[in-house]
Structure formats: structure tokens, C-alpha cells
Design a protein around this ligand. Structure first.
Ligand code: NAI
Ligand code: OAA
Length: 272
């Protein structure tokens, strides 16, 4: 019997999309890149012809599901629906990077439940979601995530604009937010997807406590998590190196997406 090859499309060709597509282009057993989506098609084609082994078709976000079994969403969060809805309506798999966007789109889960489609949320820039989900099968008392980012990684966040914070002039850490993961994502849509993923894995985004710090003393996107639960207490910390393409996004995020894709066809799955 021959092994099934899953066709993969990548929706968004930025820090995450380019790295995921590049890995697929290099060749991953059981997976085949069939298409990408990009805002600037000419630039994307030039990038593929300079850096990739071959060039791939460029589709609009809403058409990716017509050509693939699995669609990776890695575009700005407000476009999540354009990628995810047609994929799920077709009963296919969407891998979501813009986790925060899921909070405004409860219909996506309903579509998936009706069609047999699946929404997969990789750990992204975070760690420990497996253990938090295990603990959530019992009682979790509290979940806290403290995010410290180099000021440049917070540039453009609506909450920073609202505070009128001069990120370039910081010499000491400044707390920019304290509240729930549900509220954090509105102020930091490109910085607190991890907090939403943690909330979805554990006790929900309303009860997951979040602090965001602009911290000129760190050069990594640092997330410290504390979980108190009936089964285990957890303290976890990840120091992600910002990617070259987009300092808001850590280098580990596309690697996490690739790991999620590999698990779809792997004969042995660890940490499920
Ligand atoms: N789950 C996690 O741990 C993390 C999630 N993220 C989220 O993942 C998403 C992607 O992140 P990055 O790749 O770093 O962002 P990015 O900004 O580097 O890339 C997004 C790409 O989408 C493209 N795009 C915009 N409009 C488009 C359209 N209409 N059609 C096709 N492409 C379009 C942009 O041109 C850009 O190249 C963001 O929502 C980000 O907040 C980022 C980091 C960690
Ligand atoms: O890369 C990171 O540190 C996490 C991030 O941007 C997000 O969760 O949106």
C-alpha cells in the first residue's frame, strides 16, 4: 500500500508562511506544497524563484482549499475567516496561526463540527500546551502568562498606540497591560496569540491572566507561565528569538507549524 501524500497550501507569505513553505519545498515526507497565497504576488514569485527549488501556484486566500487537503493560515488575523471558512466547509484541515482570530469566529468550530473539518492550533511560540490540556481534564485553579518583549516587537500594537508609549526611548521595563487573555488580544493582536492558545488549552481566555511588558533589558520574546492545578503545578518559560522577517514573531513559530503538519502523517506521535 502506498502512503498517502497530504497536499498543503500556505495562506500568507510573511515570517511564518515563507518559512513553512520553504521547509515544504525542501521536502517533508508525506506532505506536498501545492499553493501559497500572498498579498504581493510579484514579490512572492520573485522570492520563490530566487530561494525555492521550484515555484508554486499563487491563489487567493479563499481559494486555497480547492487545491489542498490542509491549509495553513498565517496571514493577518482579520483574514482568518477567508482562509478557514472555505477549508472547513470542504471538510478539510486548517492549521491556524492567528489564534486570537478564533475568539471572534465561533462559527468556525460549528462548521467543523458539521462537516468533519478540523481546526488545529499549533503551540506556536509557546510551550507546555500538552500538559495544560492534560491538567484541564481535571481541575485547574489558575493560569498566568507574563510576556516580556523587546520594545521593537510591540511596535504597531493598538494598546501601545493608545498608551502613547515611546518604545524607542525606554530604558526600564514598562507594564503595558494586565488583564485577561480575552482582552489582551484586542490590544496586542500580533503579540498575544500565545495567551489565547493557553486560554483555549486550559481554563478559557476570560480566566487566563496576562501581563505584557515592553522590556528593553530582554532581546527575546519571553513568556513565563504559571499553572496551579489539582494534578500538577507548572512553571514554564520560553525565550523565543525574534525572526528576521518580523520581530513580533519568534523563529520557533513556523517550526511549530511544521511539527504540527508532520504529525498529520507521522506513524509515531509524541506529546499528543
Ligand atoms: N500562534 C502563535 O504563537 C503566533 C501567531 N502569530 C500570528 O500569525 C499570523 C502570521 O504571522 P506572521 O507570519 O509573523 O505575519 P507577517 O505579517 O509576517 O505575515 C503575514 C503575511 O500575510 C500577507 N497578507 C496580507 N493580506 C493578504 C491577503 N489578502 N492575501 C494573502 N496574503 C496576505 C502579508 O502580506 C504578510 O506577508 C499573525 O496573525 C500573527 O499575529 C505570530 C506569532 C506567533
Ligand atoms: O512570537 C511570540 O512571542 C508570540 C506572539 O507574537 C504571539 O503570540 O502573537
Amino acid at each position: 500500500m502506498t502512503k498517502r501524500i497530504l497536499k498543503v497550501a500556505v495562506g500568507g507569505f510573511g515570517a511564518i508562511g515563507k518559512a513553512v513553505a520553504a521547509a515544504l519545498d525542501q521536502g517533508i515526507d508525506g506532505l506536498e506544497l501545492v499553493a501559497i497565497s500572498a498579498r504581493d504576488v510579484t514579490k512572492a514569485k520573485a522570492h520563490m524563484s530566487a530561494q525555492f527549488r521550484r515555484s508554486y501556484d499563487v491563489y487567493s486566500l479563499d481559494a486555497l482549499a480547492t487545491t489542498a487537503d490542509v491549509v495553513v493560515e498565517c496571514c493577518p488575523a482579520h483574514l482568518l475567516d477567508q482562509v478557514a471558512r472555505p477549508t472547513l466547509e470542504a471538510g478539510k484541515v486548517v492549521v491556524v496561526a492567528s489564534v486570537g482570530g478564533l475568539l471572534d469566529a465561533p462559527h468556525l468550530k460549528e462548521i467543523a463540527a458539521r462537516t468533519g473539518g478540523r481546526i488545529l492550533v499549533p503551540s506556536g511560540a509557546l510551550l507546555g500546551l500538552d500538559a495544560v490540556q492534560a491538567a484541564a481534564q481535571g481541575r485547574i485553579d489558575s493560569v498566568t502568562i507574563i510576556t516580556r518583549k523587546p520594545p521593537a516587537s510591540l511596535r504597531g500594537a493598538p494598546a501601545i498606540e493608545k498608551l502613547g508609549l515611546d518604545l524607542d526611548g525606554l530604558t526600564d521595563p514598562v507594564q503595558c497591560f494586565a488583564g485577561s487573555a480575552q482582552d489582551a488580544i484586542n490590544g496586542f493582536p500580533a503579540n498575544t496569540n500565545v495567551a489565547v492558545a493557553l486560554g483555549l488549552a486550559g481554563i478559557g481566555t476570560e480566566r487566563t491572566r496576562v501581563e505584557v511588558w515592553a522590556d528593553p533589558t530582554v532581546d527575546r520574546n519571553t513568556h513565563s507561565i504559571t499553572v496551579m492545578s489539582h494534578s500538577a503545578n507548572m512553571t514554564m518559560k520560553i525565550e523565543g528569538i525574534p525572526s528576521e522577517d518580523n520581530p513580533r514573531t519568534g523563529r520557533i513559530t513556523p517550526l511549530s507549524v511544521i511539527s504540527t503538519l508532520k504529525r498529520l502523517t507521522a506513524p509515531l506521535v509524541i506529546g499528543a
